[in-house]
Ligand binder design. Structure first.
Ligand code: C2O
Length: 363
């Protein structure tokens, strides 16, 4: 049977799994979503919508960046207990990833849900960003609003996008800034897509070449079939799959986790914010990073290689999560519903002719 999220507003406990140091955690471990008296309804596809076009963060126009800032600002300005508040949006990740929910709906009340390290990784994050984007669009009244993506698979995108790193004087007023980041990894330092906690200190051109090979590795060499790309099966009754387990998908285990570790502040007790599941959502760059991770799913499909297909098992198709949508309705969404980007009405703009600059970077 598939993993099914419970009624998140009534069945939820404080987060603790995966947070090594809960006593001096920088962010709260009380990650349960607010209850506003809603009952869950099945989600339905929206109709008659314009396609939202996600844009590369390092190539955003003034207008795109300004809108994005305004939207995050508006989100930060909401009362903290609002389901759309910046904090409650960040807590979604914490609750789904650090033991907030159990598999009670599938008859296993003593087993936690963990949407990482398995085939739930891509679809869960796709949905998380889907609602996040629509909430931001609604906050600034712009039905075309689309998230930026951190295009770390292209050489020019291989630093933290500048808009997230305002000048020191602007930090207090810039909603895209987050103080809990590794300060030795700010631009113009080139990202290490294979970062394991140790600094390689190699020259930029070499690091860029390594990064392209890492993308190739994650999308082609290590992601040759459905489960190696998505991650292993994870169904009702299974204990949460541990970090580092064999069943982690190629992108999740590789470039995705490397970016988290590279951005998080190693001097904080749990490498907050990006370096731990429970706190990652507090850094606005998280959603920008995950937009690119989501785009990797699309690129992997678009490569058109035999074997690059989504799981077809009903245990994957019918796995479901519960979110507050942009209207503060509590909706249940399934993996099956998120497979087609065109049905979800968003897509990724590719601003360079070279869509796969790493295509010939076979290590
Ligand atoms: Cu849910 Cu990038 O982690």
């Amino acid at each position: 049977a598939p993993i099914i999220a419970p009624d998140i507003t009534s069945v939820c406990k404080d987060a603790k799994s995966g947070i090594g140091n809960t006593t001096d955690a920088v962010r709260t471990t009380k990650c349960c979503p607010p209850s506003i008296g809603k009952t869950i309804k099945p989600w339905v596809f929206p109709t008659r919508e314009v396609t939202k076009l996600r844009w590369p963060a390092h190539q955003g126009t003034k207008e795109q960046v300004a809108k994005y800032r305004a939207a995050i600002q508006a989100m930060r300005a909401l009362p903290e207990d609002h389901p759309h508040s910046f904090k409650n949006q960040a807590k979604i990740h914490c609750a789904y990833c650090n033991g907030g929910y159990t598999q009670v709906e599938s008859g296993f009340p003593d087993i936690d849900i963990q949407i990482h390290n398995s085939w739930l990784f891509f679809p869960f994050h796709r949905w998380y960003l889907y609602f996040y984007e629509r909430i931001l669009g609604k906050l600034i009244n712009d039905p075309t609003f689309a998230l930026p993506y951190w295009k770390w698979d292209e050489p020019k995108g291989m630093t933290i996008p500048e808009m997230f790193v305002p000048a020191v004087v602007d930090r207090a007023t810039n909603p895209l800034f987050d103080e809990f980041r590794n300060t030795s990894h700010l631009p113009p330092v080139i990202l290490d897509l294979d970062y394991d906690g140790s600094e390689k200190g190699i020259p930029a051109p070499q690091q860029i070449a390594c990064n392209l090979s890492t993308v190739y590795r994650d999308l082609v060499r290590n992601g040759g079939d459905t489960l190696s790309f998505f991650g292993g099966e994870y169904v009702a009754g299974n204990a949460p799959v541990a970090n580092g387990a064999k069943s982690v998908g190629s992108v999740e285990a590789g470039s995705h986790t490397a970016v988290h570790r590279w951005v998080g502040d190693p001097t904080q007790p749990n490498s907050e914010d990006m370096g731990n599941f429970y706190s990652a959502g507090y850094d606005p760059v998280f959603y920008c990073h995950h937009a690119n991770v989501d785009r990797m799913w699309k690129l992997w499909k678009d490569l058109g290689i035999a074997g690059h297909v989504e799981p077809t098992s009903s245990d994957w198709l019918n796995a479901s999560y519960v979110f507050y949508d942009e209207n503060q309705d509590l909706v249940r969404v399934t993996n099956e519903q998120c497979v087609s980007l065109s049905k979800l009405n968003y897509d990724y703009v590719e601003n360079s002719k070279e869509v796969f600059p790493w295509r010939n970077s076979r290590p």
